[in-house]
Design a binder for this molecule. Structure first.
Ligand SMILES: [Fe+2]
Length: 294
């Protein structure tokens, strides 16, 4: 396999691997190292069925089964979620409004996510340009770029992450038709706390772990100071120098790690511009041992 860095803060293309086949131990190690270094990896020209996508993703940790998306799972493979705006016989075949806004998947969960593996099957285009890019920002570099005084301030601090924050943002700001969470659904996903600075399990570098999608409160600070610090961090972490946008091609597998990056889906395509992407959510079970998890 060959790694071609994008030249931006994040991102690399990996050629020479057929992800339909099991990875050798050497290739697995090389992919993990590239993931730590570049955060976002694109494997072009893949041809995978649901079982092969699942096997590739499962090599990096346990896969989450998203209970909320029961209707949008690959038949026989509930770990494979379907993201799509295609409607067949009056019924959507996938979740249409995923992830439009900066966030890290699963930061609202006690066990955090390690990576996402997406497979692009239909990618909308307009005037030859691929639509529906995925944008990223690198949180290893963002941490390192913080003023020393802020780094000091973050030491030992924890942040509360709330699933409902992103859900409501999608409803109120992005025109999502998803219903408000019921009290029972909120109870099933209570806010959880994580340290604001994590050590990246692959690179050993420090990571700013507080994303605009889910982070609501610095637990150890009074409300006003917490709001001010989060506002500062949310602005800082999106500086151009940490950013990278990945443009899709059909047949791409796009893999990114969730601990050292945040991401946002660009919703620049319309309902008739069809998109179909399959997704697996890899939890941090392989790279963070149980005793180190929250
Ligand atoms: Fe996401």
């Amino acid at each position: 396999m060959k790694v071609f860095p994008s030249g931006a803060a994040l991102g690399a293309r990996i050629d020479g691997l057929d992800l339909a086949q099991p990875l050798s131990a050497a290739d697995d190690q090389a992919v993990v190292a590239a993931l730590g270094r570049h955060g976002v990896l694109r494997f072009p020209q893949q041809k995978l069925d649901g079982a092969q996508l699942k096997r590739f993703a499962a090599g990096f940790g346990e896969l989450e089964i998203n209970v909320a998306s029961g209707a949008y799972q690959e038949p026989g493979h509930p770990e494979v979620m379907i993201l799509s705006n295609i409607v067949e016989n009056g019924r959507p075949i996938g979740l249409a409004d995923a992830g439009q806004g900066w966030h890290t998947d699963m930061s609202y969960s006690r066990d955090i996510a390690f990576a996402n593996v997406l497979y692009g099957i239909r990618i909308p285009r307009r005037n030859g340009e691929a639509l529906g890019a995925t944008e990223f920002s690198g949180m290893q570099a963002a941490y390192e770029g913080l003023p020393a005084a802020v780094k000091e301030r973050l030491e030992g601090k924890t942040c509360l992450h709330d699933f409902n924050k992103f859900w409501e943002m999608m409803r109120q700001e992005k025109g999502s038709k998803r219903p408000a969470l019921t009290e029972a659904q909120k109870k099933a996903k209570p806010p959880v706390s994580h340290p604001m600075v994590l050590t990246h399990p692959i690179t050993g570098r420090k990571v700013l772990y507080a994303n605009p999608g889910y982070a609501v409160r610095v637990n150890e600070l009074p409300h006003k100071e917490s709001d001010e610090l989060l506002e500062f961090l949310f602005e800082h972490q999106l500086k151009a120098e940490y950013r990278y946008a990945s443009r899709w091609e059909e047949g791409d597998v796009l893999m990114w790690e969730d601990i050292g990056t945040i991401h946002s889906a660009v919703a620049d395509y319309r309902p008739h511009e069809h998109r179909l992407v399959k997704r697996c959510q890899v939890m941090a079970t392989r790279f963070i041992p149980p005793e180190e998890r929250a």
